[in-house]
Ligand binder design. Structure first.
Ligand SMILES: Nc1ncnc2c1ncn2[C@@H]1O[C@H](COP(=O)(O)OP(=O)(O)OP(=O)(O)O)[C@@H](O)[C@H]1O
Ligand SMILES: [Mg+2]
Length: 548
Protein backbone atom coordinates (compact mmCIF):
# COMPACT_ATOMS: atom_id res chain seq x y z
CA UNK A 1 0.00 0.00 0.00
CA UNK A 2 3.09 2.11 -0.25
CA UNK A 3 1.99 3.75 -3.47
CA UNK A 4 -1.09 5.28 -1.86
CA UNK A 5 1.15 7.58 0.16
CA UNK A 6 1.23 9.88 -2.83
CA UNK A 7 -2.47 10.51 -2.23
CA UNK A 8 -1.81 12.02 1.20
CA UNK A 9 -0.91 15.35 -0.35
CA UNK A 10 -4.50 15.52 -1.63
CA UNK A 11 -5.91 14.66 1.79
CA UNK A 12 -3.94 17.58 3.18
CA UNK A 13 -5.23 19.81 0.41
CA UNK A 14 -8.83 18.89 1.25
CA UNK A 15 -8.29 18.43 4.99
CA UNK A 16 -11.34 20.46 6.00
CA UNK A 17 -13.72 18.35 3.99
CA UNK A 18 -12.12 15.23 5.41
CA UNK A 19 -12.29 16.42 9.02
CA UNK A 20 -15.85 17.68 8.70
CA UNK A 21 -16.78 14.42 7.04
CA UNK A 22 -15.31 12.42 9.91
CA UNK A 23 -17.23 14.54 12.40
CA UNK A 24 -20.49 14.01 10.50
CA UNK A 25 -19.87 10.25 10.49
CA UNK A 26 -19.55 10.27 14.27
CA UNK A 27 -22.73 12.33 14.72
CA UNK A 28 -24.67 10.14 12.33
CA UNK A 29 -23.51 7.02 14.17
CA UNK A 30 -24.45 8.34 17.61
CA UNK A 31 -27.98 9.21 16.52
CA UNK A 32 -28.39 5.91 14.74
CA UNK A 33 -27.18 3.83 17.69
CA UNK A 34 -29.22 5.70 20.24
CA UNK A 35 -32.28 4.15 18.61
CA UNK A 36 -31.29 1.00 20.51
CA UNK A 37 -31.94 2.71 23.83
CA UNK A 38 -35.42 3.82 22.77
CA UNK A 39 -36.29 0.35 21.46
CA UNK A 40 -35.11 -1.14 24.78
CA UNK A 41 -37.26 1.24 26.83
CA UNK A 42 -40.27 0.59 24.64
CA UNK A 43 -39.81 -3.18 24.91
CA UNK A 44 -39.44 -3.01 28.68
CA UNK A 45 -42.60 -0.92 28.80
CA UNK A 46 -44.51 -3.55 26.80
CA UNK A 47 -43.19 -6.42 28.95
CA UNK A 48 -44.22 -4.48 32.04
CA UNK A 49 -47.71 -3.83 30.58
CA UNK A 50 -48.25 -7.49 29.83
CA UNK A 51 -46.80 -8.79 33.07
CA UNK A 52 -48.73 -6.42 35.30
CA UNK A 53 -51.94 -6.22 33.19
CA UNK A 54 -51.63 -2.43 33.01
CA UNK A 55 -53.65 -0.18 30.68
CA UNK A 56 -51.86 1.05 27.55
CA UNK A 57 -50.61 4.63 27.74
CA UNK A 58 -50.85 5.79 24.13
CA UNK A 59 -48.96 9.05 24.46
CA UNK A 60 -45.93 7.23 25.85
CA UNK A 61 -45.72 5.04 22.73
CA UNK A 62 -46.34 7.95 20.42
CA UNK A 63 -43.38 9.68 22.08
CA UNK A 64 -41.25 6.52 21.59
CA UNK A 65 -42.23 6.42 17.95
CA UNK A 66 -41.59 10.08 17.30
CA UNK A 67 -38.22 9.92 19.07
CA UNK A 68 -37.19 6.98 16.88
CA UNK A 69 -38.31 8.89 13.81
CA UNK A 70 -36.43 12.00 14.94
CA UNK A 71 -33.26 9.98 15.59
CA UNK A 72 -33.47 8.32 12.18
CA UNK A 73 -34.01 11.65 10.44
CA UNK A 74 -31.13 13.33 12.26
CA UNK A 75 -28.83 10.39 11.60
CA UNK A 76 -29.87 10.48 7.94
CA UNK A 77 -29.23 14.19 7.75
CA UNK A 78 -25.67 13.74 8.99
CA UNK A 79 -25.26 10.81 6.60
CA UNK A 80 -26.17 13.19 3.79
CA UNK A 81 -23.61 15.72 5.05
CA UNK A 82 -21.00 12.99 5.32
CA UNK A 83 -21.45 12.01 1.68
CA UNK A 84 -21.47 15.66 0.70
CA UNK A 85 -18.06 16.12 2.26
CA UNK A 86 -16.14 12.87 1.83
CA UNK A 87 -17.55 11.69 -1.50
CA UNK A 88 -17.33 15.22 -2.84
CA UNK A 89 -13.70 15.32 -1.67
CA UNK A 90 -13.00 12.11 -3.59
CA UNK A 91 -14.48 13.67 -6.73
CA UNK A 92 -12.22 16.70 -6.30
CA UNK A 93 -9.20 14.42 -5.91
CA UNK A 94 -10.25 12.48 -8.99
CA UNK A 95 -10.52 15.75 -10.91
CA UNK A 96 -7.06 16.86 -9.75
CA UNK A 97 -5.52 13.49 -10.53
CA UNK A 98 -6.90 13.40 -14.04
CA UNK A 99 -5.57 16.88 -14.71
CA UNK A 100 -2.20 16.02 -13.21
CA UNK A 101 -1.90 12.88 -15.32
CA UNK A 102 -3.04 14.54 -18.54
CA UNK A 103 -0.70 17.47 -18.03
CA UNK A 104 2.11 15.03 -17.44
CA UNK A 105 1.19 13.03 -20.55
CA UNK A 106 1.62 16.20 -22.58
CA UNK A 107 5.21 16.61 -21.38
CA UNK A 108 6.28 13.10 -22.37
CA UNK A 109 8.29 12.47 -25.50
CA UNK A 110 7.57 10.65 -28.75
CA UNK A 111 9.48 7.56 -27.58
CA UNK A 112 7.10 7.19 -24.62
CA UNK A 113 4.09 7.25 -26.92
CA UNK A 114 5.75 4.72 -29.15
CA UNK A 115 6.24 2.32 -26.23
CA UNK A 116 2.80 2.65 -24.64
CA UNK A 117 -0.47 1.87 -26.33
CA UNK A 118 -3.23 4.45 -26.47
CA UNK A 119 -5.51 2.01 -24.68
CA UNK A 120 -3.11 1.82 -21.77
CA UNK A 121 -2.82 5.60 -21.51
CA UNK A 122 -6.59 5.91 -21.56
CA UNK A 123 -6.99 3.18 -18.97
CA UNK A 124 -4.69 4.81 -16.47
CA UNK A 125 -6.45 8.12 -16.72
CA UNK A 126 -9.94 6.66 -16.45
CA UNK A 127 -10.02 3.17 -14.90
CA UNK A 128 -7.07 3.55 -12.55
CA UNK A 129 -7.98 7.02 -11.37
CA UNK A 130 -11.49 5.68 -10.80
CA UNK A 131 -10.19 2.89 -8.61
CA UNK A 132 -8.13 5.31 -6.56
CA UNK A 133 -11.30 7.32 -6.06
CA UNK A 134 -12.92 4.28 -4.48
CA UNK A 135 -10.18 4.56 -1.86
CA UNK A 136 -10.35 8.32 -1.28
CA UNK A 137 -14.15 8.21 -1.16
CA UNK A 138 -16.06 5.10 -0.09
CA UNK A 139 -13.12 3.27 1.52
CA UNK A 140 -12.14 6.17 3.77
CA UNK A 141 -15.79 6.87 4.55
CA UNK A 142 -16.56 3.30 5.59
CA UNK A 143 -13.36 3.01 7.58
CA UNK A 144 -14.30 6.02 9.67
CA UNK A 145 -17.83 4.68 9.91
CA UNK A 146 -16.71 1.24 11.09
CA UNK A 147 -14.33 2.69 13.61
CA UNK A 148 -16.85 5.10 15.16
CA UNK A 149 -19.66 2.52 15.13
CA UNK A 150 -17.54 -0.08 16.89
CA UNK A 151 -16.35 2.35 19.56
CA UNK A 152 -19.80 3.75 20.27
CA UNK A 153 -21.67 0.43 20.16
CA UNK A 154 -19.04 -1.15 22.37
CA UNK A 155 -19.52 1.61 24.93
CA UNK A 156 -23.32 1.12 24.91
CA UNK A 157 -23.05 -2.68 25.11
CA UNK A 158 -20.42 -2.91 27.82
CA UNK A 159 -22.57 -0.77 30.08
CA UNK A 160 -25.14 -3.58 29.99
CA UNK A 161 -23.31 -6.90 29.99
CA UNK A 162 -19.80 -7.83 28.89
CA UNK A 163 -20.41 -11.55 28.28
CA UNK A 164 -23.25 -10.86 25.88
CA UNK A 165 -21.10 -8.19 24.20
CA UNK A 166 -18.34 -10.72 23.67
CA UNK A 167 -20.80 -13.19 22.18
CA UNK A 168 -22.14 -10.62 19.72
CA UNK A 169 -18.65 -9.51 18.67
CA UNK A 170 -17.14 -13.00 18.37
CA UNK A 171 -18.43 -13.87 14.87
CA UNK A 172 -17.81 -10.39 13.43
CA UNK A 173 -14.10 -10.71 12.59
CA UNK A 174 -14.96 -14.00 10.93
CA UNK A 175 -17.61 -12.17 8.92
CA UNK A 176 -15.04 -9.59 7.84
CA UNK A 177 -12.71 -12.33 6.78
CA UNK A 178 -15.31 -14.16 4.71
CA UNK A 179 -16.43 -10.93 3.06
CA UNK A 180 -12.82 -10.07 2.36
CA UNK A 181 -12.30 -13.42 0.65
CA UNK A 182 -15.46 -13.03 -1.39
CA UNK A 183 -14.64 -9.43 -2.37
CA UNK A 184 -11.14 -10.44 -3.27
CA UNK A 185 -12.48 -13.14 -5.53
CA UNK A 186 -14.96 -10.67 -7.02
CA UNK A 187 -12.15 -8.21 -7.66
CA UNK A 188 -9.93 -10.80 -9.27
CA UNK A 189 -12.67 -12.00 -11.51
CA UNK A 190 -13.82 -8.52 -12.43
CA UNK A 191 -10.24 -7.64 -13.38
CA UNK A 192 -10.33 -10.52 -15.81
CA UNK A 193 -13.72 -9.35 -17.06
CA UNK A 194 -12.25 -5.88 -17.53
CA UNK A 195 -9.35 -7.28 -19.55
CA UNK A 196 -11.71 -9.30 -21.70
CA UNK A 197 -13.84 -6.22 -22.27
CA UNK A 198 -10.75 -4.28 -23.23
CA UNK A 199 -9.86 -6.91 -25.85
CA UNK A 200 -13.41 -6.85 -27.14
CA UNK A 201 -13.48 -3.05 -27.51
CA UNK A 202 -10.03 -2.90 -29.08
CA UNK A 203 -11.11 -5.49 -31.60
CA UNK A 204 -14.30 -3.62 -32.42
CA UNK A 205 -12.43 -0.33 -32.59
CA UNK A 206 -9.87 -1.69 -35.01
CA UNK A 207 -12.59 -3.22 -37.14
CA UNK A 208 -14.37 0.11 -37.42
CA UNK A 209 -11.24 2.02 -38.40
CA UNK A 210 -10.23 -0.65 -40.89
CA UNK A 211 -13.74 -1.18 -42.24
CA UNK A 212 -12.85 -0.08 -45.77
CA UNK A 213 -9.93 -2.49 -46.02
CA UNK A 214 -11.98 -5.30 -44.48
CA UNK A 215 -14.82 -4.80 -46.94
CA UNK A 216 -12.50 -4.41 -49.92
CA UNK A 217 -10.92 -7.78 -49.10
CA UNK A 218 -14.29 -9.36 -48.21
CA UNK A 219 -13.01 -10.35 -44.75
CA UNK A 220 -16.20 -9.55 -42.82
CA UNK A 221 -16.91 -13.19 -41.91
CA UNK A 222 -13.46 -13.60 -40.41
CA UNK A 223 -13.86 -10.54 -38.22
CA UNK A 224 -17.36 -11.53 -37.15
CA UNK A 225 -16.02 -14.93 -36.07
CA UNK A 226 -13.14 -13.34 -34.19
CA UNK A 227 -15.46 -11.04 -32.33
CA UNK A 228 -17.74 -13.91 -31.48
CA UNK A 229 -14.85 -15.84 -29.94
CA UNK A 230 -13.83 -12.85 -27.86
CA UNK A 231 -17.41 -12.20 -26.86
CA UNK A 232 -17.85 -15.83 -25.78
CA UNK A 233 -14.82 -15.48 -23.52
CA UNK A 234 -16.24 -12.28 -22.15
CA UNK A 235 -19.54 -13.96 -21.35
CA UNK A 236 -17.81 -16.93 -19.71
CA UNK A 237 -15.84 -14.68 -17.36
CA UNK A 238 -18.88 -12.56 -16.62
CA UNK A 239 -20.82 -15.63 -15.57
CA UNK A 240 -17.98 -16.70 -13.30
CA UNK A 241 -18.14 -13.27 -11.71
CA UNK A 242 -21.90 -13.46 -11.30
CA UNK A 243 -21.45 -16.74 -9.44
CA UNK A 244 -19.29 -15.27 -6.66
CA UNK A 245 -21.37 -12.14 -6.51
CA UNK A 246 -24.38 -14.33 -5.86
CA UNK A 247 -22.67 -15.59 -2.70
CA UNK A 248 -22.17 -12.17 -1.20
CA UNK A 249 -25.70 -11.46 0.05
CA UNK A 250 -26.49 -14.96 1.41
CA UNK A 251 -23.22 -15.02 3.35
CA UNK A 252 -24.10 -11.71 5.00
CA UNK A 253 -27.62 -12.85 5.88
CA UNK A 254 -26.35 -16.12 7.30
CA UNK A 255 -23.82 -14.36 9.52
CA UNK A 256 -26.38 -11.89 10.84
CA UNK A 257 -28.76 -14.77 11.51
CA UNK A 258 -26.16 -16.64 13.57
CA UNK A 259 -25.40 -13.54 15.62
CA UNK A 260 -29.08 -12.86 16.28
CA UNK A 261 -29.72 -16.45 17.36
CA UNK A 262 -26.74 -16.32 19.72
CA UNK A 263 -27.98 -13.06 21.21
CA UNK A 264 -31.51 -14.35 21.74
CA UNK A 265 -30.30 -17.64 23.17
CA UNK A 266 -27.72 -16.29 25.61
CA UNK A 267 -29.67 -13.09 26.27
CA UNK A 268 -32.72 -15.23 27.12
CA UNK A 269 -30.67 -17.03 29.77
CA UNK A 270 -29.56 -13.73 31.22
CA UNK A 271 -33.15 -12.44 31.34
CA UNK A 272 -34.28 -15.60 33.12
CA UNK A 273 -31.43 -15.09 35.61
CA UNK A 274 -32.61 -11.50 35.94
CA UNK A 275 -29.12 -10.26 34.97
CA UNK A 276 -30.53 -8.09 32.17
CA UNK A 277 -33.95 -6.76 31.19
CA UNK A 278 -35.95 -8.19 28.26
CA UNK A 279 -35.53 -4.83 26.45
CA UNK A 280 -31.78 -5.42 26.40
CA UNK A 281 -32.24 -8.33 24.01
CA UNK A 282 -34.07 -6.20 21.43
CA UNK A 283 -31.48 -3.51 21.97
CA UNK A 284 -28.65 -5.97 21.32
CA UNK A 285 -30.31 -7.36 18.22
CA UNK A 286 -30.49 -3.82 16.89
CA UNK A 287 -26.81 -3.34 17.63
CA UNK A 288 -26.01 -6.57 15.81
CA UNK A 289 -27.69 -5.14 12.72
CA UNK A 290 -25.89 -1.83 13.14
CA UNK A 291 -22.54 -3.60 13.41
CA UNK A 292 -22.97 -6.01 10.55
CA UNK A 293 -22.51 -3.62 7.67
CA UNK A 294 -19.47 -1.83 9.14
CA UNK A 295 -17.78 -5.19 9.70
CA UNK A 296 -18.78 -6.53 6.33
CA UNK A 297 -17.54 -3.31 4.75
CA UNK A 298 -14.17 -3.88 6.39
CA UNK A 299 -13.56 -6.84 4.08
CA UNK A 300 -14.86 -4.95 1.10
CA UNK A 301 -12.82 -1.88 2.00
CA UNK A 302 -9.64 -3.96 2.31
CA UNK A 303 -10.02 -5.19 -1.22
CA UNK A 304 -10.90 -1.69 -2.44
CA UNK A 305 -7.69 -0.40 -0.92
CA UNK A 306 -5.70 -3.21 -2.50
CA UNK A 307 -7.07 -2.37 -5.92
CA UNK A 308 -6.55 1.35 -5.42
CA UNK A 309 -2.99 0.66 -4.41
CA UNK A 310 -2.33 -1.40 -7.53
CA UNK A 311 -3.88 1.36 -9.65
CA UNK A 312 -1.89 4.10 -7.94
CA UNK A 313 1.29 2.10 -8.59
CA UNK A 314 0.43 2.12 -12.29
CA UNK A 315 -0.33 5.85 -12.18
CA UNK A 316 2.92 6.63 -10.33
CA UNK A 317 4.82 4.63 -12.91
CA UNK A 318 3.72 7.11 -15.57
CA UNK A 319 4.06 10.15 -13.33
CA UNK A 320 7.65 9.16 -12.58
CA UNK A 321 8.48 8.75 -16.27
CA UNK A 322 10.45 11.76 -17.35
CA UNK A 323 10.74 13.02 -20.86
CA UNK A 324 14.14 12.32 -22.38
CA UNK A 325 13.84 15.68 -24.13
CA UNK A 326 15.21 17.95 -21.44
CA UNK A 327 14.40 21.61 -21.76
CA UNK A 328 17.21 23.85 -20.53
CA UNK A 329 16.52 27.17 -22.19
CA UNK A 330 19.74 29.17 -22.17
CA UNK A 331 19.39 31.17 -25.34
CA UNK A 332 16.75 33.84 -25.43
CA UNK A 333 17.41 35.31 -28.87
CA UNK A 334 15.15 34.54 -31.81
CA UNK A 335 16.08 31.79 -34.20
CA UNK A 336 17.48 33.00 -37.51
CA UNK A 337 17.61 29.65 -39.25
CA UNK A 338 21.24 28.69 -39.75
CA UNK A 339 21.36 24.90 -39.40
CA UNK A 340 24.26 22.53 -39.16
CA UNK A 341 24.33 18.77 -38.55
CA UNK A 342 27.75 17.71 -37.24
CA UNK A 343 28.48 13.98 -37.21
CA UNK A 344 24.87 13.32 -36.31
CA UNK A 345 23.98 9.72 -35.57
CA UNK A 346 20.63 8.46 -34.42
CA UNK A 347 19.37 5.07 -33.33
CA UNK A 348 15.72 4.49 -32.38
CA UNK A 349 15.92 3.08 -28.88
CA UNK A 350 13.01 0.66 -29.23
CA UNK A 351 13.73 -0.84 -32.65
CA UNK A 352 17.54 -0.40 -32.35
CA UNK A 353 17.47 0.76 -35.95
CA UNK A 354 20.33 3.09 -36.79
CA UNK A 355 18.49 5.64 -38.91
CA UNK A 356 21.31 8.17 -39.31
CA UNK A 357 25.04 7.69 -39.20
CA UNK A 358 27.68 10.44 -39.18
CA UNK A 359 25.50 12.92 -41.04
CA UNK A 360 27.16 16.21 -41.85
CA UNK A 361 24.96 18.85 -43.37
CA UNK A 362 25.01 22.59 -43.53
CA UNK A 363 21.99 24.70 -44.40
CA UNK A 364 22.57 28.39 -44.49
CA UNK A 365 19.95 30.77 -43.29
CA UNK A 366 17.32 31.48 -45.93
CA UNK A 367 18.40 28.65 -48.21
CA UNK A 368 16.33 25.73 -49.40
CA UNK A 369 17.72 22.25 -49.24
CA UNK A 370 16.25 19.19 -50.86
CA UNK A 371 16.67 15.78 -49.28
CA UNK A 372 16.07 12.61 -51.18
CA UNK A 373 16.91 9.01 -50.58
CA UNK A 374 15.45 5.55 -50.54
CA UNK A 375 12.57 4.38 -48.39
CA UNK A 376 13.83 4.11 -44.82
CA UNK A 377 16.96 6.12 -45.58
CA UNK A 378 16.37 8.36 -42.56
CA UNK A 379 14.78 11.41 -44.16
CA UNK A 380 11.89 11.73 -41.73
CA UNK A 381 14.33 11.12 -38.92
CA UNK A 382 16.03 14.39 -39.82
CA UNK A 383 12.69 16.17 -39.35
CA UNK A 384 12.20 14.37 -36.02
CA UNK A 385 15.58 15.58 -34.82
CA UNK A 386 15.07 19.15 -36.04
CA UNK A 387 11.82 19.45 -34.11
CA UNK A 388 13.42 17.69 -31.13
CA UNK A 389 10.80 14.98 -31.05
CA UNK A 390 13.95 12.92 -30.50
CA UNK A 391 17.48 13.98 -29.52
CA UNK A 392 20.55 12.87 -31.41
CA UNK A 393 22.33 9.77 -30.13
CA UNK A 394 25.69 11.10 -31.24
CA UNK A 395 26.95 14.28 -32.81
CA UNK A 396 25.14 17.56 -32.51
CA UNK A 397 22.77 19.81 -34.38
CA UNK A 398 23.63 23.50 -34.33
CA UNK A 399 21.11 26.27 -34.86
CA UNK A 400 22.65 29.70 -35.49
CA UNK A 401 25.94 28.23 -34.34
CA UNK A 402 24.57 27.09 -30.97
CA UNK A 403 23.68 23.52 -29.95
CA UNK A 404 19.98 22.98 -30.56
CA UNK A 405 19.49 21.79 -26.96
CA UNK A 406 20.31 25.25 -25.64
CA UNK A 407 17.13 26.70 -27.11
CA UNK A 408 13.83 26.63 -25.34
CA UNK A 409 12.20 23.63 -26.94
CA UNK A 410 8.82 25.36 -27.24
CA UNK A 411 10.35 28.45 -28.84
CA UNK A 412 12.30 26.20 -31.19
CA UNK A 413 9.21 24.33 -32.27
CA UNK A 414 7.27 27.57 -32.66
CA UNK A 415 9.84 28.82 -35.12
CA UNK A 416 9.52 25.69 -37.23
CA UNK A 417 6.69 25.05 -39.65
CA UNK A 418 6.57 21.30 -39.98
CA UNK A 419 4.46 19.34 -42.43
CA UNK A 420 4.75 15.72 -41.32
CA UNK A 421 4.71 12.84 -43.75
CA UNK A 422 1.53 11.48 -42.21
CA UNK A 423 -1.03 14.22 -42.25
CA UNK A 424 -3.21 14.58 -39.20
CA UNK A 425 -6.32 16.73 -39.22
CA UNK A 426 -8.47 17.27 -36.15
CA UNK A 427 -12.23 16.70 -36.19
CA UNK A 428 -12.74 20.41 -36.42
CA UNK A 429 -13.41 23.06 -39.04
CA UNK A 430 -10.89 23.61 -41.82
CA UNK A 431 -10.31 27.10 -40.46
CA UNK A 432 -9.30 25.80 -37.04
CA UNK A 433 -7.14 23.12 -38.60
CA UNK A 434 -5.20 25.74 -40.52
CA UNK A 435 -5.02 28.25 -37.65
CA UNK A 436 -3.86 25.48 -35.30
CA UNK A 437 -0.24 26.41 -34.84
CA UNK A 438 -0.45 29.25 -32.33
CA UNK A 439 -2.72 30.51 -29.62
CA UNK A 440 -3.36 33.89 -31.11
CA UNK A 441 -6.32 34.16 -33.39
CA UNK A 442 -5.50 34.58 -37.00
CA UNK A 443 -7.39 37.05 -39.08
CA UNK A 444 -9.63 35.62 -41.77
CA UNK A 445 -7.25 37.21 -44.28
CA UNK A 446 -4.28 35.26 -42.93
CA UNK A 447 -6.17 31.96 -43.05
CA UNK A 448 -7.27 32.65 -46.61
CA UNK A 449 -3.74 33.63 -47.64
CA UNK A 450 -2.29 30.44 -46.11
CA UNK A 451 -4.89 28.37 -47.95
CA UNK A 452 -4.03 30.17 -51.18
CA UNK A 453 -0.30 29.64 -50.66
CA UNK A 454 -0.91 25.96 -50.11
CA UNK A 455 -3.01 25.81 -53.25
CA UNK A 456 -6.12 24.56 -51.48
CA UNK A 457 -8.23 27.72 -51.43
CA UNK A 458 -10.37 26.81 -54.43
CA UNK A 459 -11.03 23.35 -53.05
CA UNK A 460 -12.16 24.80 -49.74
CA UNK A 461 -14.42 27.36 -51.38
CA UNK A 462 -16.04 24.57 -53.38
CA UNK A 463 -17.42 23.12 -50.13
CA UNK A 464 -20.83 24.59 -49.26
CA UNK A 465 -19.58 25.64 -45.86
CA UNK A 466 -16.15 26.83 -46.99
CA UNK A 467 -13.71 27.26 -44.13
CA UNK A 468 -16.38 26.13 -41.64
CA UNK A 469 -16.47 22.67 -43.18
CA UNK A 470 -15.81 20.14 -40.47
CA UNK A 471 -13.32 17.44 -41.43
CA UNK A 472 -12.43 14.07 -39.95
CA UNK A 473 -14.51 11.47 -38.21
CA UNK A 474 -17.73 13.39 -38.01
CA UNK A 475 -17.29 15.56 -41.06
CA UNK A 476 -16.28 15.67 -44.66
CA UNK A 477 -13.68 13.20 -45.83
CA UNK A 478 -10.99 15.04 -47.73
CA UNK A 479 -8.90 13.58 -50.49
CA UNK A 480 -5.28 12.75 -49.73
CA UNK A 481 -4.07 15.76 -51.70
CA UNK A 482 -6.52 18.13 -50.00
CA UNK A 483 -5.38 16.95 -46.58
CA UNK A 484 -1.74 17.43 -47.49
CA UNK A 485 -2.35 20.97 -48.64
CA UNK A 486 -4.32 21.93 -45.52
CA UNK A 487 -1.39 20.58 -43.57
CA UNK A 488 0.92 22.85 -45.60
CA UNK A 489 -1.35 25.84 -44.94
CA UNK A 490 -1.10 25.06 -41.23
CA UNK A 491 2.69 25.16 -41.43
CA UNK A 492 3.03 28.37 -43.41
CA UNK A 493 0.36 30.50 -41.72
CA UNK A 494 2.65 31.58 -38.90
CA UNK A 495 5.48 32.40 -41.35
CA UNK A 496 8.07 30.49 -39.32
CA UNK A 497 11.80 30.94 -39.73
CA UNK A 498 12.36 27.28 -40.63
CA UNK A 499 10.09 25.20 -42.85
CA UNK A 500 10.20 21.42 -43.09
CA UNK A 501 8.14 19.68 -45.73
CA UNK A 502 8.29 15.92 -45.31
CA UNK A 503 7.13 14.37 -48.57
CA UNK A 504 4.13 16.64 -48.48
CA UNK A 505 3.54 16.87 -52.18
CA UNK A 506 3.42 13.14 -52.82
CA UNK A 507 -0.35 13.11 -53.24
CA UNK A 508 -0.66 16.00 -55.67
CA UNK A 509 -0.10 15.95 -59.39
CA UNK A 510 2.85 17.64 -61.05
CA UNK A 511 0.82 20.67 -62.06
CA UNK A 512 -0.46 21.32 -58.56
CA UNK A 513 3.02 20.71 -57.25
CA UNK A 514 4.30 23.43 -59.56
CA UNK A 515 1.54 25.77 -58.44
CA UNK A 516 2.22 25.18 -54.74
CA UNK A 517 5.97 25.47 -55.10
CA UNK A 518 5.52 28.71 -56.98
CA UNK A 519 3.25 30.08 -54.25
CA UNK A 520 5.62 28.95 -51.54
CA UNK A 521 8.60 30.54 -53.27
CA UNK A 522 7.76 33.94 -51.90
CA UNK A 523 7.21 32.53 -48.39
CA UNK A 524 10.42 30.52 -48.53
CA UNK A 525 12.38 33.49 -49.79
CA UNK A 526 14.28 34.29 -46.63
CA UNK A 527 13.31 31.23 -44.62
CA UNK A 528 15.40 28.15 -44.17
CA UNK A 529 13.54 25.33 -45.88
CA UNK A 530 14.03 21.57 -45.89
CA UNK A 531 12.09 19.75 -48.57
CA UNK A 532 12.05 15.99 -48.30
CA UNK A 533 10.81 14.22 -51.39
CA UNK A 534 11.08 11.14 -53.55
CA UNK A 535 10.38 13.20 -56.66
CA UNK A 536 13.11 15.25 -58.25
CA UNK A 537 10.49 17.65 -59.59
CA UNK A 538 9.64 18.74 -56.05
CA UNK A 539 13.25 19.61 -55.43
CA UNK A 540 13.83 21.76 -58.47
CA UNK A 541 13.77 25.05 -56.53
CA UNK A 542 16.21 23.78 -53.92
CA UNK A 543 19.56 25.55 -53.65
CA UNK A 544 21.14 22.17 -53.14
CA UNK A 545 19.98 18.58 -52.96
CA UNK A 546 21.37 15.97 -50.61
CA UNK A 547 20.90 12.28 -51.15
CA UNK A 548 20.91 10.02 -48.10
N1 LIG B 1 9.53 5.88 -34.41
C1 LIG B 1 10.37 4.93 -34.83
N2 LIG B 1 10.76 3.96 -34.00
C2 LIG B 1 11.63 3.03 -34.41
N3 LIG B 1 12.17 2.97 -35.62
C3 LIG B 1 11.84 3.91 -36.52
C4 LIG B 1 10.91 4.94 -36.16
N4 LIG B 1 10.75 5.74 -37.22
C5 LIG B 1 11.53 5.23 -38.20
N5 LIG B 1 12.19 4.14 -37.79
C6 LIG B 1 13.15 3.37 -38.57
O1 LIG B 1 14.23 4.23 -38.89
C7 LIG B 1 14.60 4.08 -40.27
C8 LIG B 1 14.53 5.42 -40.97
O2 LIG B 1 13.20 5.83 -41.00
P1 LIG B 1 12.69 7.19 -41.65
O3 LIG B 1 11.28 7.34 -41.30
O4 LIG B 1 13.62 8.27 -41.26
O5 LIG B 1 12.84 6.89 -43.19
P2 LIG B 1 12.48 7.80 -44.44
O6 LIG B 1 13.73 8.06 -45.16
O7 LIG B 1 11.66 8.94 -44.00
O8 LIG B 1 11.59 6.80 -45.30
P3 LIG B 1 10.33 7.13 -46.25
O9 LIG B 1 10.88 7.60 -47.53
O10 LIG B 1 9.66 5.83 -46.41
O11 LIG B 1 9.50 8.14 -45.56
C9 LIG B 1 13.67 3.03 -40.86
O12 LIG B 1 14.39 1.84 -40.96
C10 LIG B 1 12.54 2.89 -39.87
O13 LIG B 1 12.15 1.55 -39.77
MG1 LIG C 1 9.77 9.47 -44.20
Amino acid sequence: MHSLKSINAYFIKYKWRLLMGALFVVFSTIFSIYQGVIVRDATNEIVDLIANHKAVDNTKFIVFGLTLLGLALTSGFFLFLMRQTIIVMSRYIEFDQKNELYTHYQTLDAAFYKNNSTGDLMNRISEDVGKVRMYTGPAIMYLINTFSTVVIVLAFMLKINWQLTLLVFAPLPFLSFVIYKVSDLINKRSTVVQQELSKLTSHAQETFSAIRVIKAYAREKHYINELETLNTDFKKHNLRLALVEAFFQPVMVLMIGVSVIATVWYGGHLVINKTIEPGNITEFILYVYKLTWPFASLGWVTSLIQRASASQTRINEFLKTKSSIINTPEIKTNIEGDIEFKNVGFTYSDSKIEALKKLNLKIEKGKTIGIKGQIGAGKSTIANLMTRLYDTTSGEIYVDGQPIKKYDVFALRKSIGYVPQEVFLFSDSIRNNIAFSTNHDYSEQEVIQAAKDAGVYDNIMAFPEGFDTVVGERGVTLSGGQKQRISIARAVISKPQILIFDDCLSAVDVETEELILNNLKSIMKDKTTIIISHRDSALRYADKVVEL
